[in-house]
Write a new protein. Structure first.
Lengths: 255, 310
């Protein structure tokens, strides 16, 4: 297959020789850069469908590669490797191994929705980024990202009490991601706040950590939502063929 | 009934952040409402809208959470306008409204969950969701505000920072970009208009709708710090003394990462961060404590003293 994306030429495959003569012809230097050929064989034909089966990825098929998403992207501006347009391309082509090269940064999407604002095809690239990071985690390519940990801690608290009490969420998040809470800048922040002694605020926030604010009669809503999450998870597992994999492994073990 | 009258009494949805880190915004919004003779009736027994997090687990759950808030306002309180000062809450309610109207699947999931939870399903169109900016702008207006100003904000240079959730994505805000007088999603101006009416001098600030990285303020702090530092420096370069905010996540993010930028990158940017309701409140003659200036992380008292607002 011809090379269809410039980014697919890996820098390590570009060969420039200081002194090289082939059949009596001098091909040294920059003018005669060679590209070492490589063969991509591991297409995952189901990749696009798998991403589309996860929440946010539904409209990936609409993309016509205009690049408005990457062009407007907040994270791209601080990290050039963060390239939604390219990832959507790879997913649609089924080039899984290429996508995996960027697996550790895809979760960093800040959900600013500039891409969704700019997209002329209503792909909702922000959703595709979330679906892709979920896919990476569900397939075991990456550990759960700090962002997903945060989403989980947050959602758990809402299902339980209906409301968020910030310091509780922050503490749980830090302990789950095994970070120390007493980082220099955190301490500095609290120090600054203490300087002007917002006693009411501190009392209220302190009290809230003991008696979590809650929505009354919330348990039915909480369990209905949990039920819905479980149902959806099951459906997605089917789509991701993970379920079948488990089945095959079981049969294999039994035999 | 005109919009002006309709907004005189609205259901107030503060949301979780305004009960915690964003309490100054809660306090100042209520104080300004009281001063202007506007009635805020808090949504009874409200729940979290899902913020930026629940949607990553499942967007339809977020739609349900937001719909419940609107259902309570409409069906239990008979209100037809919900005012949410927090950009996150405002955005989520607007998004739920859009999805319930345009996506049958979302409507079905929300209906199922509402029935199981034991409350009336919210039907799209039952309430109108507005931001605190719409509220003051439409119920009082610039002229009305100018008449009531006791301490002009003159001499204070303000960079108005609106953030992401107030303007993006465009499709959930059908009333924006609707011609003269309406709010713009690319160059929002409602906060500029209100603060100008209170005498402030707004600077030309190109990063009005830039992202502060609020969604990753803790999970990817280095990215947030870079984004915030960019906003702070741009505001400073534009000549601003103060960044006016209208979202508790942006506000806390700016304050937190202002400190973090100094601690981790050695970049100190000397600029104040205040909620627009705090500035308006002081212009209307309220003392800084009444609008919760002491509840902000950074200390602006000296600055406010110099500007004659204490």
């Amino acid at each position: 297959m011809p090379i269809h994306e410039k980014s697919l030429i890996r820098p390590e495959n570009l060969k420039t020789h200081d002194e090289l003569v082939i059949d009596g012809i001098d091909v040294s230097g920059h003018w005669s850069t060679f590209i070492e050929p490589r063969v991509v064989t591991d297409y995952n034909e189901a990749l696009e469908e798998e991403i589309a089966a996860l929440p946010g990825g539904e409209y990936i098929h609409r993309c016509w590669q205009c690049g408005s998403c990457t062009n407007s992207c907040t994270v791209h501006a601080i990290n050039e490797d963060f390239n939604p347009r390219y990832w959507i391309y790879l997913i649609r082509m089924g080039m899984e191994s290429e996508l995996l090269r960027d697996k550790d940064i895809i979760w960093q999407c800040v959900s600013c929705n500039k891409c969704t604002y700019a997209c002329p095809r209503d792909v909702f690239p922000e959703g595709v980024m979330k679906a892709t990071s979920h896919w990476l985690e569900r397939k075991g390519h990456t550990p759960m990202s700090p962002s997903m940990h945060f989403d989980e801690v947050f959602t758990e608290q809402i299902l339980k009490t209906g409301k968020i009490e910030e310091s509780r969420t922050i503490r749980r998040f830090f302990s789950r991601t095994k970070q120390g809470l007493f980082q220099g800048w955190m301490i500095e922040m609290v120090k600054q706040l203490l300087k002007h002694l917002p006693i009411g605020l501190l009392t209220r926030m302190g009290l809230a950590t003991f008696i979590a604010p809650r929505t009354r009669d919330w348990s039915r809503a909480g369990s209905a939502m949990q039920e819905y999450i479980d149902e959806q998870y099951e459906k997605q597992e089917q789509a991701l063929t993970l379920a079948q994999l488990v089945e095959v492994a079981r049969e294999d073990a039994a035999a | 009934m005109t919009t002006k009258d309709k907004y005189k009494k609205v259901a107030y949805y503060p949301g979780c952040a305004l009960e915690g880190t964003g309490h100054a915004y809660n306090r100042s919004t209520k104080a300004v409402g009281k001063k202007l003779g506007l009635d805020l009736v808090e949504v009874e027994n409200w729940n979290c809208c899902g913020a930026m997090e629940v949607k990553n687990v499942d967007p339809k759950l977020q739609t349900y959470l937001s719909s419940r808030v609107m259902s309570v306002a409409a069906n239990e309180m008979n209100m037809d306008v919900v005012m949410a000062p927090c950009n996150g809450c405002y955005h989520n309610l607007k998004k739920a409204e859009y999805d319930l109207k345009n996506d049958a699947e979302s409507a079905e999931v929300v209906d199922g969950l509402s029935k199981k939870a034991g409350h009336k399903t919210y039907e799209s169109g039952q309430v109108e969701t507005i931001h605190a900016l719409d509220w003051i702008k439409d119920a009082i207006g610039e002229d009305g505000l100018a008449e009531r100003v006791k301490n002009s904000l003159s001499g204070i240079k303000v960079a108005n920072y609106y953030g992401c959730m107030y303007t993006r994505p465009r499709h959930i805000f059908p009333e924006k970009d609707a011609g003269p007088g309406s709010e713009s999603t690319s160059k929002p101006h409602f906060m500029d208009d209100l603060l100008a009416a209170a005498g402030a001098e707004n600077v030309e600030f190109p990063l009005k709708t830039a992202c502060c990285g609020g969604a990753h303020t803790l999970s990817d702090s280095d990215t947030s710090t870079k984004l915030v530092l960019n906003i702070l420096q741009a505001a400073k370069l534009a000549g601003a003394d103060v960044i006016a905010t209208e979202c508790p996540t942006c506000h806390t993010g700016l304050e937190m990462h202002q400190i973090r930028a100094e601690k981790t990158l050695g970049e100190k940017v000397d600029i104040k961060v205040l909620y627009f309701t705090q500035l308006l409140g002081m212009a209307l003659g309220l003392k800084p404590k009444k609008v919760g200036v002491h509840e902000n992380i950074s200390d602006s008292m000296q600055f406010l003293k110099e500007k004659g607002l204490t």
